[in-house]
Write a protein that binds this ligand. Structure first.
Ligand code: ADP
Ligand code: MG
Length: 373
C-alpha cells in the first residue's frame, strides 16, 4: 500500500527509478560516406563499447539496464521493456515510455515503426485493449479507454487531434494530477478505432510544417492513453491510469551544425526540454533526495505525474553506429549510462569477435605497427 512505498525501506527509490534501455540501429553504409565502418558495437545484453575519440587505441564501455543490439526485433524491444508496465495503467497507476536520441537513430522506428514492423505504440495500444477484454466481469469494474495526441514544439503545446488549436496550458489539480484543459480526449473502443484517429493526426503533424523533417525532429510527439475504471456498485468509485508514449525531439547538438536565427531559437527551446528531462532523469536515478526540476520545461511538467514517483517509466535511447553520429552518440550514452569504463583495445581484441571492427582502422594499426599510435 501507499504507506509501504513511502516508507524508509528504500521501496520508494526503487519504484521511482527510470529503467534505461539502449537500442543500436543497424549499420547503414549510405550514412558512412568515408567508409569508416561502425564505431559502436554491442557486447552483451547490458553492455556496449564505442571507440574513444581521445585515444583510438581505447574503447569506452557502457553499462545499462538493457542493451538491444542491431538485430533486435520490435517484439524483442516491446516484450521486456514495455509490456510489463501496461497492467499498472488498468489499476489507476501512471506510466511513460519515451524514445531519446539523435535524429536518424531510430526513435520513430522504435515508437511507431511501419506496417511490416509495428513499434511500441501500436503494440501497446493492442495490448491495453487485450488486457481490458481479459478482465473478469466478477471483479466489478467497467473500463473505458481514451486517447489524446499532442506535440510540444518551441515550448508550445499543440493538440494534434484538433488541427487549428493554439498553445494549450498545463495545469495541476488538487490531487497533483497534471492536466491540459481544452485538450481533445477521444474515447476509443478498439485498435482500429484508435488507428482511425491516430493516423490522420500523425499526417496533420507533418503536413502542418513546410520543412517536415526539421519540425518533426525538433518537436516532441506525445500520445496519451488513459484508462478509467469505474466501480459498478455505488458509490461508483473511479480510478484513472495514464500511459504516455513519447517520440522525443532529436538530441543532436544544433550548435555544432551552425544553425542560425529561428532555428537556433528552436534548438534552444528543444535543448531546454531535453536538458530538463536529463536533469529530471538524473535526479530520479541518483537515489538522492534532491529537488526534481519538473517545472523547468513543458515536457517535464506534463510528464510530472507519470515520470518517477510511483509511476513506471522506461527510456529507450536510440543510437546509430556510424561515425557521423559519433559525438551525438557519446552525449546520448552519457545521459543513459549507469556506468562507463575506459578499456584498452588489446582487451577488446581478445574478447570480441571482429566482424564490426572498422576496416580502415584495422589497416591503419597494422601499418603503424604494434608500438604505433
Ligand atoms: P529518428 O526518428 O530517431 O529520427 P528513424 O526512426 O526515422 O529515426 O530512423 C531513421 C531510419 O533508420 C529510418 O529509415 C528507419 O526506418 C531506419 N531504422 C531505424 N531503426 C531501425 C532498426 N532497428 N531496424 C531497421 N531500420 C531502422
Ligand atoms: Mg523521428
Amino acid at each position: 500500500m501507499a504507506q509501504r512505498v513511502m516508507g524508509s525501506d528504500g521501496g520508494n527509490k526503487k519504484t521511482s527509478r527510470i529503467r534505461v534501455a539502449v537500442r543500436l540501429r543497424p549499420y547503414v553504409s549510405k550514412q558512412d560516406e568515408k567508409g569508416e565502418g561502425p564505431c559502436v558495437r554491442g557486447l552483451d545484453s547490458q553492455n556496449l563499447e564505442i571507440i574513444n575519440w581521445r585515444n583510438a587505441t581505447e574503447t569506452v564501455k557502457y553499462h545499462f539496464d538493457v542493451f538491444h543490439g542491431e538485430k533486435t526485433t520490435q517484439q524483442e524491444v516491446f516484450l521486456p521493456s514495455v509490456k510489463p508496465i501496461l497492467p499498472h495503467i488498468l489499476n489507476g497507476q501512471n506510466a511513460s515510455v519515451f524514445a531519446y536520441g539523435p535524429t536518424g537513430a531510430g526513435k520513430t522506428h522504435t515508437m511507431l515503426g511501419s506496417a511490416e514492423q509495428p513499434g511500441v505504440i501500436p503494440r501497446a495500444v493492442r495490448e491495453v485493449f487485450k488486457l481490458v477484454k481479459s478482465k473478469d466481469e466478477d471483479e466489478g469494474w467497467d473500463y473505458s479507454i481514451g486517447m489524446s495526441y499532442l506535440e510540444i514544439y518551441n515550448e508550445k503545446v499543440r493538440d494534434l487531434l484538433s488541427p487549428n488549436s493554439h498553445d494549450l496550458p498545463i495545469r495541476e489539480d488538487k490531487a497533483k494530477n497534471i492536466l491540459i484543459p481544452g485538450l481533445t480526449h477521444t474515447i476509443i473502443s478498439s485498435f482500429s478505432d484508435f488507428d482511425k484517429h491516430f493516423v490522420p493526426a500523425t499526417l496533420n503533424r507533418t503536413t502542418a510544417s513546410t520543412k517536415l523533417n526539421q519540425r518533426s525532429s525538433r518537436s516532441h510527439a506525445i500520445l496519451l492513453l488513459k484508462v478509467v475504471r469505474t466501480r459498478r456498485a455505488l458509490p461508483h468509485r473511479q480510478q484513472t491510469g495514464k500511459l504516455y508514449l513519447v517520440d522525443l525531439a532529436g538530441s543532436e547538438d544544433n550548435r555544432r551544425t551552425g544553425n542560425q536565427g529561428i532555428r537556433l531559437k528552436e534548438s534552444g527551446a528543444i535543448n531546454l526540454s531535453l536538458f530538463t528531462l536529463s536533469k529530471v532523469v538524473d535526479a530520479l536515478n541518483s537515489g538522492a533526495s534532491v529537488r526534481v526540476p519538473y517545472r523547468d520545461s513543458k515536457l517535464t511538467r506534463l510528464l510530472q505525474d507519470s515520470l518517477g514517483g510511483s509511476a513506471h517509466s522506461v527510456m529507450i535511447t536510440n543510437i546509430a553506429p556510424e561515425y557521423k553520429y559519433y559525438f551525438d552518440t557519446f552525449s546520448a550514452l552519457n545521459f543513459a549510462a549507469k556506468s562507463k569504463l575506459i578499456v584498452n583495445k588489446p582487451f577488446t581484441r581478445e574478447t570480441v569477435a571482429l566482424p564490426v571492427l572498422p576496416v580502415k582502422r584495422a589497416r591503419d594499426e597494422r601499418e603503424a605497427g604494434p608500438s604505433g599510435a
